[in-house]
Design a protein around this ligand. Structure first.
Ligand code: BGC
Length: 844
């Protein structure tokens, strides 16, 4: 899109709001007061603080508030006193293959954002799951660009229909975390076009996404914030994007190159590479006034969209507003995301159970979300153990056992375990002190995991000499050994009853976000005496050169023997009619800022499953992970459900599914490998700063298909509770016209005994012969709902692009002639019907 300038007047400083009759320059659809100076305009283009943009009285523009993120809206602070609704993680939303549900969730999220005074949601993440080890994979919808695009378009529409601007991120090539600030992703042009750009293009063209976030990394030698080709030429000129390109936080690292590449908004502020330097660049002519005006116009267009130009000084909403996403919606969505991978002899749903063992670390302390900017503080968490106890009350005897420990940082003590020594209330006392010990401030807190994102209390931030002190008393019921952990980036001093038990300085992490997600931890063992109140004191002096969100945490856990935990779980399982074992990722093993280094489940979880399965033939394993994990025991248990990182409604949704009140509606949005070596792309560690996407188009199931490798569970797989027969497929024509969509009609029948919902998937196979191209690729999907015995018709539109490829030499899409086939079925490896097509047949 080229911006047309209809009127121009010389710039000058403005002294107040442009009233009626003031001179304006109309740039496309926006009136820009002619009186605005270069400095006035430049000021608008860098954030006012960590999360807010600048306002401008002269324009009637108020500040706009941005907030993460895809699985809940945090608001500008992360604090247990201002909780948020915790939605299923994006890989779970991808697993629903349900665009209507994605829309509904996003609209509810948008409404909560509005209520909290948030104008710009920094979501959705629409990178692809290139490697299953990707730390942020849980924030993505799928390994497939078409599934990602369909869900993302619905998500963006949902957020924006609620009056909030959505940000598609991270443009582009930010598909892993190792060295994310600096790596150069080398991606062939046709691979960019046919895989990684697909969801971005769809969200721009179809959903009118208001913002695009430029990533930290480079693509093909050019930083994404300076990437003129991908920002100016492709995104804006070719796709017609008329919104705002926002930098990822601190990703803008130059003045003129970023400005010319058409980055529009540098975040956060108030400092950054623009400001005075950009004003000078404009004055000197290095950056033209048109380029500057275009950024301002885009910002104002976004402001208009979110109602930030209605003249009111304050934003809408209130940052302390309570979460409002309906729990019923969350519960329904979570059940719809659960993927039933295996169900031998209809082990599920449970009927007429009189006893059930619910074991595993995730049964009691589920991991409901991934780490990093996507994390929120939920109001409450429905756990599998708690929800199953409640659902089976009066019907079945439910026993619970932890089975093993998987934490990586010593966990927060259970609610109510600590007391504030000043007020006596459950929780702790938080103090801010100067270097000489003077009290700067003090407050009561209920959480011992504390994070400051929006600026820290005066005098105690990075580089200050101040201290943050946590004080608590703890009274245990039984005498015994405990493990205490203190974490934070800086100097930590932990004392019990006035005696220092650990005193160490932790290292500065590689990525600033790790200061919050996995700061260094010091630990010490203590013996607590039953009934006696022990006084705990943690002093934290943040590192002089630390950066990122400031965080400190105090963890306390009873010291236990793993063998005892395992034995207890086995005992519970052997005494029950059925056993549910909840295993999965630990808190912060899946996170922004770093990739995982293994697909194996943490701790002794594999051993736990094996031992439980050995004593209970009706063992159902629930996997609580946002991305693939290895399941070496999958063939030895009765049933397996993939449950993702499901957010606050996990337990209730699990009870609904296990007891048959809801169907596990999900299908895999990512391939689950049988072994690490089978993954088309495993580690994504840059080599000398370069990350080569050598696999080309062959990520995910495409790579497995080409290699002929059998995954543990294929892309698209998921059984549900009924059986589906695929009866017929009919294409509107057998002759493909280049550049035209194709309509496909599929008839499926519910051949089982329960009502159900089926996800009908269509994969296009192109003319054979090119080894670099996938054997087949997802082109469209749709859903059918039917009662037992009933048939349903699913009409699919196969987009023209499914038959096209990007021709690098010609710089455009081509539709190669030849034989095509569309395979229709239940997964990428369970294809039941086919239709043959010919493209380029000469007309008679
Ligand atoms: C993340 C973004 C996020 C931003 C603000 C960055 O580190 O990459 O996804 O929106 O921080 O929290």
């Amino acid at each position: 899109m080229t911006t047309s300038f209809e009127a121009r007047t010389p710039p000058g400083r403005t002294s107040g709001r442009a009233g009626a009759g003031a001179q304006t320059a109309k740039i496309n659809d926006i009136d820009l007061p002619a009186a605005l100076s270069v400095q006035d305009k430049v000021l608008l283009l860098t954030g006012a603080d960590s999360w807010r943009t600048q306002g401008a009285e002269a324009l009637g523009l108020r500040q706009m508030t941005t907030s993460d993120g895809p699985a809940g809206v945090r608001g500008v602070i992360k604090d247990e006193r201002q909780p948020s609704s915790s939605l299923p993680c994006p890989s779970a939303i991808g697993a629903t293959w349900d665009t209507e549900l994605a829309y509904e969730l996003a609209a509810a999220l948008g409404a909560e954002a509005r209520a909290k005074g948030v104008d710009v949601l920094l979501a959705p993440t629409i990178n692809l799951m290139r490697t299953p080890l990707g730390g942020r994979g849980f924030e993505c919808f799928s390994e497939d660009p078409v599934l990602t695009a369909r869900i993302a378009v619905a998500y963006v529409r949902g957020v924006q229909d609620a009056g909030v601007a959505a940000t598609i991120k991270h443009y582009v090539g930010n598909d892993s975390e190792t060295e994310r600030w600096s790596y150069d992703a080398r991606i062939a042009e046709h691979v960019l076009r046919e895989l990684y750009l697909v969801p971005f293009e769809a969200c721009v063209r179809e959903a009118g996404a208001a913002l695009v976030m430029a990533a930290y990394n480079s693509v093909n030698g050019m930083l994404m914030t300076e990437n003129e080709r991908l920002l100016k030429d492709v995104l804006k000129a070719e796709w017609g994007f008329d919104g705002v390109v926002i930098s990822d936080w601190h990703a803008a690292r130059s003045t003129t190159p970023t400005a010319l590449a058409t980055l529009d908004l540098a975040m956060p502020g108030p400092d950054g590479p623009w400001g005075e330097q950009l004003s000078e660049a404009v004055t000197s002519g290095a950056v033209s006034r048109q380029v500057l005006d275009d950024k301002v116009v885009r910002l104002l267009r976004m402001a208009r969209l979110v109602g930030a130009m209605d003249g009111s000084a304050s934003g809408r909403g209130d940052s302390t507003a309570q979460p409002l996403v309906d729990q019923g919606l969350l519960r329904r969505a979570v059940a719809a995301s659960f993927v039933l991978l295996r169900n031998e002899q209809e082990a599920l749903p449970f009927a007429q159970l009189r006893s059930l063992a619910v074991v595993g670390p995730g049964a009691i302390w589920p991991t409901i979300q991934g780490g990093g900017s996507a994390g929120v503080v939920p109001v409450s968490v429905s756990t599998p153990a708690g929800a199953l106890r409640a659902a089976l009350a009066g019907q079945a005897h439910v026993t619970t056992a932890q089975g093993c420990q998987i934490w990586t940082t010593v966990p927060e003590p259970p609610e109510g375990a600590l007391r504030d020594p000043v007020s006596g209330e459950p929780g702790l006392r938080l103090e801010f002190r100067s270097a000489d010990g003077a009290l700067l401030g003090s407050e009561h807190r209920t959480s011992s995991v504390l994070t400051w994102w929006d600026g820290v209390p005066p005098g105690v931030g990075w580089g200050s000499s101040g201290r943050i002190v946590l004080l608590a008393t703890m009274r245990t019921q039984a005498s015994g050994p405990y493990l205490l952990g203190a974490a934070g980036v800086g100097h930590l001093i932990l004392a019990v009853d006035g005696v220092v038990i650990a005193d160490e300085v932790t290292a500065i992490p590689a990525d600033p976000v790790e200061a919050m997600t996995r700061p260094g931890e010091i630990r010490a063992a203590v013996e607590f005496e039953a009934g006696r109140a022990a006084e705990i004191r943690l002093e934290f002096r943040p590192a002089a050169d630390g950066e990122g969100p400031l965080a400190v945490r105090l963890g306390i856990v009873p010291a236990v023997h793993e063998e005892d935990l395992l034995a207890e779980a086995v005992q519970a399982a052997s005494a029950a009619e059925a056993a549910v074992v909840v295993v999965g990722s630990a808190d912060m093993t899946e996170s922004e800022g770093f990739d995982r280094d293994t697909l194996a489940l943490p701790g002794q979880q594999d051993e736990l499953v094996r031992r439980v399965a050995a004593v209970n033939a009706r063992t159902v394993v629930v996997v609580n992970s946002g991305m693939p994990v290895l399941m070496p025991w999958a063939g030895d248990v009765a049933a397996v459900i993939y449950a993702w990182l499901p957010g606050q409604a996990m337990g209730e949704a699990l009870a609904d599914v296990l007891l048959g009140h809801a169907e596990p509606g999900g299908r895999l949005p990512v391939t689950l490998p049988a072994a690490e070596a089978d993954c088309p792309v495993l580690h994504a560690a840059p080599d000398n700063g370069v990350l080569s996407y050598d696999e080309g188009l062959l990520i995910g199931y495409r790579g497995y298909d080409t290699a002929g490798t059998v995954p543990q569970f294929p892309f698209g797989h998921g059984s549900g509770y009924t059986v589906w027969a695929y009866e017929s497929v009919l294409a509107a024509t057998g002759d493909l016209a280049p550049g035209s969509d194709l309509e496909l009609r599929v008839i499926v029948r519910n051949a089982g005994a329960r009502a159900g919902r089926e996800v009908v998937q269509a994969y296009v196979a192109g003319p054979p012969g090119d080894p670099g191209r996938p054997v087949r690729a997802l082109a469209a999907f749709g859903t059918a709902s039917a009662e037992p015995g009933e048939a349903a018709e699913v009409v699919l539109t196969i987009p023209a692009r499914s038959f096209a490829r990007y021709d690098e030499e010609a710089g455009g899409w081509t539709w190669p002639p030849g034989q095509y086939a569309i395979h229709v079925g239940r997964s990428s490896r369970d294809l039941r019907l086919s239709v043959a097509l010919i493209s380029g047949r000469p007309s008679p």
